[in-house]
Design a protein around this ligand. Structure first.
Ligand code: ADP
Ligand code: DP6
Length: 404
């Protein structure tokens, strides 16, 4: 705990959301600046289900080196080039303000104490790095009272983790790859607000933990260096899909949105399999989820749901609230209510519904594999971007507080 002292403690606290891409970022054209080979697009998920809470504070009372405490544990940020790069950019922006207005307190010269909590498992394939770096950048930007827009801040968050740049905004967010060597045009922007298409829901099937996957940073570098499919994906397939899915979002055209989402996930995992040595993120449980989504769509006679998989086996299944019965109701009947996660703010629409399609229309082997392979589900939906809050994780005297 920090000692009580006379010097002021400055604080700002924010929440930030997780995002799950429907057009995947996979591949870097510049690993140092963390610039992608292709544009990507994601849905920001509701912070009523998954969120990071981060307080950034600074004070002359603090030890000289910046500190980060994550979920109650002190992190070694001095060896995290990515965190240091984000903090250096934010400080430089604060310094510009201080240079222009000498009446401002010299916050850029003070050590930082950052305290963060994720309300979901960290490093478990649930995009904690995206929410975590977005929250860190937003909180320090608020502490420094920076005038930069979320799009301008996305340039900084990108250096922490590429996908984090998309968590600075709510709704439907594109990360434009950009072309410039310095990365100044590689930015995220909201393509549609949460309110434009608020009915989007996501059912996350969390696969029981297995051995650690190939980290995404390493995996994408192997793919760029060795996959022959990759160049076609980056240069031709993804640009066409970006245009098509943005149109589908503008038109609230779910069948097109879902088909592009599924095809892009499959295409991304195909480039992983085409890497040398091959990289496998999906497993038998993931493939059972794929089979069941196609079976449900066939049984419904229209596209009511679409899956996507990141660099791990968990399935994220998008659907519209009006199809809660046919999608979530069917999965709940298959999986049973004993499985953890059939609860929370998005459960009301699902609580009293049965299986929307007859279970004899879905593959029984896939049902068996899925039933035994999941640790929990998370029911959520599209949500808003970071929110400034007063639930500080650092007290008025600089002491670390906890909500856990
Ligand atoms: P995930 O699949 O959850 O994104 P990763 O292994 O890719 O897992 O990223 C986890 C890393 O992200 C953590 O080790 C930490 O460096 C960073 N991270 C996660 N949450 C936070 C947070 N709240 N604040 C700062 N950094 C975070
Ligand atoms: C499969 O953003 O974790 O989730 O920039 O190296 O930190 P780094 O990679 P990261 O990669 C995310 C990959 C993905 C696809 C996506 O979110 O677009």
């Amino acid at each position: 705990m920090a000692a009580v002292s006379e010097s002021p403690v400055y604080r700002a606290t924010t929440t930030a959301p997780v995002n799950i891409a429907v057009i995947k970022y996979w591949g870097k054209r510049d690993a140092t600046l963390n610039l992608p080979t292709n544009s990507s697009l994601s849905v920001t998920l509701s912070q009523r289900s998954l969120r990071t809470l981060t307080t950034a504070s600074c004070s002359a009372n603090y030890p000289a080196a910046d500190e980060l405490t994550l979920n109650g544990k002190s992190q070694d940020i001095q060896s995290s080039k990515r965190t240091l790069a984000c903090l250096a950019s934010l400080r430089a922006h604060r310094q510009e303000l201080e240079n222009a207005d000498s009446s401002l307190p010299k916050l850029s010269t003070l050590p930082l104490r950052i305290v963060s909590e994720n309300n979901f498992p960290t490093a478990a394939g649930l995009a904690s790095s995206a929410a975590g770096f977005a929250a860190l950048v937003r909180a320090v930007a608020d502490l420094y009272k920076l005038p930069q827009s979320p799009t301008e801040l996305s340039r900084i968050a990108r250096q922490g983790s590429g996908s984090a740049c998309r968590s600075l905004m709510g709704g439907y967010v594109a990360w434009r790859a950009g072309e410039l060597a310095d990365g100044s045009d590689s930015l995220a922007e909201e393509v549609a607000s949460q309110g434009h298409w608020p009915e989007m829901r996501a059912l996350i099937l969390v696969v029981s933990a297995e051995k650690k996957d190939v980290p995404s940073t390493t995996g994408m570098q192997t793919t760029v260096a060795t996959s022959e499919l990759f160049a076609t994906r980056a240069n031709a397939v993804v640009p066409a899909r970006m245009t098509a899915i943005e149109t589908a979002i503008q038109n609230r055209d779910f069948p097109t949105f879902a088909e592009i989402t599924m095809r892009d996930s499959n295409g991304f995992h195909a480039t992983c399999l085409d890497s040398w040595p091959p990289i496998f993120y999906m497993n038998d449980v993931s493939r059972a989820a794929v089979r069941l989504v196609h079976d449900i769509n066939n049984a419904a006679g229209r596209t009511v749901c679409g899956y996507t998989f990141d660099a791990g086996p968990n399935a994220v299944i998008y659907y519209l609230e009006k199809d809660s019965e046919v999608v979530a109701g069917t999965f709940r009947s298959i999986l049973g209510t004993e499985l953890e996660g059939w609860s929370g703010p998005f459960y009301d629409a699902v609580k009293n519904v049965g299986p929307g399609v007859s279970l004899d229309q879905v593959d029984s082997r896939a049902v068996d594999v899925l039933k035994t392979g999941l640790s929990r589900v998370i029911l959520t939906g599209v949500g808003e971007g970071p929110v400034s809050v007063e639930d500080h994780l650092v007290g008025e005297k600089g002491e670390i507080l906890s909500t856990q």
